[in-house]
Design a protein around this ligand. Sequence first.
Ligand code: MOS
Length: 691
Amino acid sequence: MSMAVHVGAVGVARPRIEGRAKVTGAARYAADEPIPDLAYGALVLATVARGRVRDIDVASVRDMPGVLGVIDHTNAPRLNPEAGNFFGPDGGLRLLQDDLIPHAGRPIALVVAETPEQARAAAQALPVTYDEQPHDTRLFAGHPAGRPALTLFDAPADIGDVDAELAASAVVVDERYGTPEENCSAMEPHSATAWWEGDRLEAVDSNQGPFQIAFTLATLFHLPPERVRVRVDHIGGGFGGKTMCGPQLILAAMAATRFGRPVRVTLTRAEVFLATAQRPATDQRIRIGADADGRLRAIHHDATYEISPLAEYIEGCTELTKTLYAAPAIRTALTVVPLDILPPYSMRAPGAAPGSFALESAMDELAERVGLDPLELRLRNEPGVGPVSGLPFSSRNLVACLREGARRFGWASRDHRPRMRRAGPLLIGTGLAATSFSTGAFPSTATITAEPDGTFTVAIAAADLGTGARTALTAIAADALAVGTDRIRLRISDSAIGPAWGAGGSRGTASWAWAITEAAAKIRGPERPMTATVDTTQLLGDLASRERHAFSAVFAEVGVDPATGEVRVRRLLGMFAVGRVINPLMARSQVIGGMIGGLSMALHEEGVRDPVTGRHVNADFAGYHIAAHADVPDIEADFVPDDEPGVPWGIKGVGEIGNVGTAAAIANAVWHATGVRQRHLPIRLDRVLES
Ligand code: MOS
């Protein structure tokens, strides 16, 4: 592969290509696309948590102003039942296919009208009666419905003799940690517009992966993939919540089919909370045993989380437990409890975020009980190879992150005893956590065309959620073609471009860059073709022969007001090993965003469900708190030199690593400030006061 880098856009801090369009309002998001003859759909959501729809009185709204009609289970287009039910609200949801209500907030009808206001008014007026059945939305470890999770990834580990090692340990931590349901809460609510052009279904949809979503949509509507096209220009955040074929798109496509004109469905904020996937609640038990000098003998991590009977989902809480520390005995298991809830799905470092909260809190508890600096405890248990897999790491610079982070944070002067520092009425504490997030690449297809004017059109069905993908891929294409970035015309976010991995799993940049780089090598190769298309399916090589992870160390300082229970983060510092950094400006922005997500997880975010009604009681931004400006302190984030052998440009990925570990670092700092462990997130005022 040709990797000439004489132009040198990669590695340079460059501003966002679409930044000006965004700040001037010129950038179009899905709901902004002007489309002639548009009708609007408004959702009707079930208000009971389990049961059947007895009656929807469509006649009573049919004559309301502007109403074109109502789609419900009695008249909706029949979806292909073979569309699959693994992983969240896609084909598996089978929207409007029957009268069953599997969870509160289930879409049971779509009212279509000439204007959004008319559609909403009729949806709100639509009388619905139900036959209610008893429901269960309460997660706890040991729930009688619990069963092992599927093992497609984060499979259970069992090396060594955990029980014997724990029995022989000088110190044992055995604690339970809990994390709540959390919602992705992207700033842009989900919106889709669908219409037919001849026999082709067209859609503009805010999502993280247009190709896979078009493929799912085609399957659902019994269409060959080439007759479905899904695209979008700009996306206002995803965080995992736009990875699936969402209800907005399925319902818009149904309505376009039924009414024979373009239909736009834009979710309200409440509908985003109630009808798009969220992170499942977890209940995790961790046992760690160590010798008196802090050397680990055993780690046992049992994670229980909720799913829906509608769809499987793997929240890989125990992946870090198999990655971070050497121990002669490691056992992990994932248990799922099917409850009457919307199928959970990926959100901001799925698995790793709740899993690392449990593991890195437990490690801090171990440091306390052994009487060791939490930093030293990590350094003492650094593995040479994958602790469970035995595979070599592609590269592992966790120690560099820990040491450099500690130096910049001023960790050496820390008194490790709790409740020793005060600032006025506040108790001050510091904490750290080590983290990792798996990396890799997935098959993608890129096409590069040498244009007569000397520019290059570079097309790949990537998605830019606001992360800077456009800017990064432009730099990569420029360097791969050995031209300036001004000669690159990037086309993304269109399923018609061809198969490509989505913006997810922290694997977007690596996957897309691989295809672009190989296509550029062809363009520059001896045959000098005017256009080259490369599908990397056969090129990715044996990535699985090594453990591939990004690593980081997060340090936090908090102030706790013992009178009110308020926790404020005063400082956050993250040092990251993420492979080669394509654009330091945007990579920093990405990991800082992740750390803010972690802060938000630590202190604020919680989907509160009333077990009596089975409904969320805080499905809006008034009740569901996320970190706002005033909550976010000075954040320092930087990168240690790192590389990823075997992947073009040495890319790992920055998408999710910033999120992982931050919650534990903050919880550990709260312990250091107060002397009390917070084993349940978020660390609310009442939890601090009660303890
Ligand atoms: Mo992500 S949670 O892989 O968008």
